[in-house]
Design a protein around this ligand. Sequence first.
Ligand code: BGC
Length: 722
Amino acid sequence: MTSPRVQQLIDGMTWAEKLGQLQIVFRPRPEDAAALVRAGIGSTFWPRSAAATNALQREAVEHTRLGIPLLIGLDVIHGQRTIAPVPLAMAATFDAPLVEDLARLAATEARSGGVTWTFSPMIDVSRDPRWGRVVEGFGEDVHVNAVLGAAMVRGYQGTDLAAADSIAATAKHFVAYGQPEGGRDYNAVDVSTHRLRNVYLEPFRAAVDAGAAAVMASFNTVSGIPMHANRHLLTDVLKSEWGFGGIVVGDADGVRNLLPHGVAEDMVQAVRMAYEAGLDVEMGGAPSDVAAALTPDVLDGARIDDAVARVLALKESLGLFENPYVDEDAELVAPTAAARELVRGAAARAAVLLKNDGTLPLSAPARVLLTGPYADSTDHLGAWTQSFAAPSGSIAGELSARWPATEVQVVPGVSFLGDGSDDIAAAVAAARIVDAIVICVGEPSALSGEAASRSDLRLPGRQADLIRAIAGCGIPFVVVLANGRPLVVADWIDEAPAVLEVWHGGTEAPAAIVDVLTGERDPAGRLPMSFPRSVGQVPVYYAHENTGRPATTGGALELEHADVGLHGPDNVQDKYTSKYLDAELGPEFDFGHGSGYATFTHGEPRLTVAELKLERVHAGEAVTLSLDVTNTSGRRGDEVIQLFIEDLVASVAPPVRRLVAFERRTFEPGARAVIEFSVGQEQLGFWVTDGVGASFRVERGTFHLHIGGALKHTQFVELRVI
Ligand code: BGC
């Protein structure tokens, strides 16, 4: 419903004023910004302070005919000033309320400076770690992306967009951007409607349900049609079927990119295609000569009015017509103590204990060596932070302060990418005379993020050589791994007694890493993406469909050729299954993998009833699955309970497992609690496509509900839908 104010504005607007509202200019030069605003642009990127923002708003409000305030956009991805862990690390917390709080903090800081619109959360299900942008999202799982994406939307937007600490969220990138061919950024996506519906669209449906103000079109094609020109997905699915009433914004120059995509001859055609497809705001700024050619004969007037109404409605919900300005004196330019504590806790909760033979946690030794390029690096903020973000310190600085009586030696030994200064011998010499060693390795922030795909997922440079050399010294050591994507660790993992994955943890990362190393906090994060054994295995993810010939064993590289086929003896049959001859089955570390310092036992899972009638499921009936969990250790710690569904027989080949619920819970030493999950239509159903439309359906049959603290350590109960 268009409000009276919005309708009145539209009725009085010229064609040029309408088109101006449909653009967000991508970082104009400061000296050009005021003129652009006077010329009528509707939105721009944040000019980097509350004062500069107010100055631009004043241009819009006082020096344009209609006085319409601006939307001020910015990529506030995991913090504005106080930087939280990267989104992939947020996913590793498996803690939706925490993720909501982190978005709230980001919104509070950003809005205080005049930002009203963020281009976050990224909810592209990503199963290819070669793609550098996996760092910006929540990993490989549909449910995790849906739950955490919705949590971020709620965190950014709060209950009232007009509040002084709320900003409009953008769910991006719509859609299937996470499946680029070869893992190369911006690449083509060829995806079935079945997978689109069941995998890539689901998190967006959840974000729309959570009230996301905007959705961003993605750079990729879907089945040959670039998303900026994809009417079926932008209009038929997103706007008509889902009833999305917000803004569809283009990605940076995404409309212009229709030319190299080879679907538009010139910008006029590109702009027309985009608006006809359902785009509402073009990001980048079409040049003025194009604007002159975009006459009412070229663009459909009703469509343009609809797009303008959406933009003005958002400005209205943000309260900008009443109050376009921010209080310059109240701008938050540095983290508060509470903000630091929040992101520190989050960085510790994101840490994943990949393996531990008891070496961790460490107690203060007499002498410790910190080695590896992350030992004294301050590159902890992650790929999407800007120059005005609060910096982090280093692990070396933090550990020295925490253990004043310990002699802390810092000998990096190698650089990140490998250069002439590498001196592994120096690190080994230092290692021989200490009591404990912390090897701090990883990928610097610049190796993940946009346009940062890699074809080799091992630690770059000579970092693996360093780990192997230190392992030869016979001194207890732990490896701290800081990175923005799953890595291939096969070339050193067996030699490391304990490995802690800490990602890029943000402003307070070093403090959080030391908290976890020393056992002051528990590292109970879980992997949001599988870690492959080798690049050749990618994509490798847990929720794959079964084949007609599922593999039972892998890694049997034999020269003998058997021409017996499926009907031969058992050992020959085993050859003809879906696997690599030169790799073990499955990833190095599964999705959901991780432990903590505390230990837990689980009772038998129980269901309230073992059978449900389909009609009752449709009517909303659900069963409750409960599990007793006990902390058997003398430490306080967290368990992350994960519930996976296995649909034994369905009309479409189902994934072997599908996460439908999770909960992270803290347990005092010896404490016991019952975890309960409800299983009904939403958990049991899936999308069935028939070439014309799609419907969400629960089918009769048997389901195994697998529950536990990790994919490989689950128990199941059977549920029948009759
Ligand atoms: C990215 C978007 C981002 C936009 C604006 C693009 O290159 O793909 O995710 O929001 O730039 O900075």
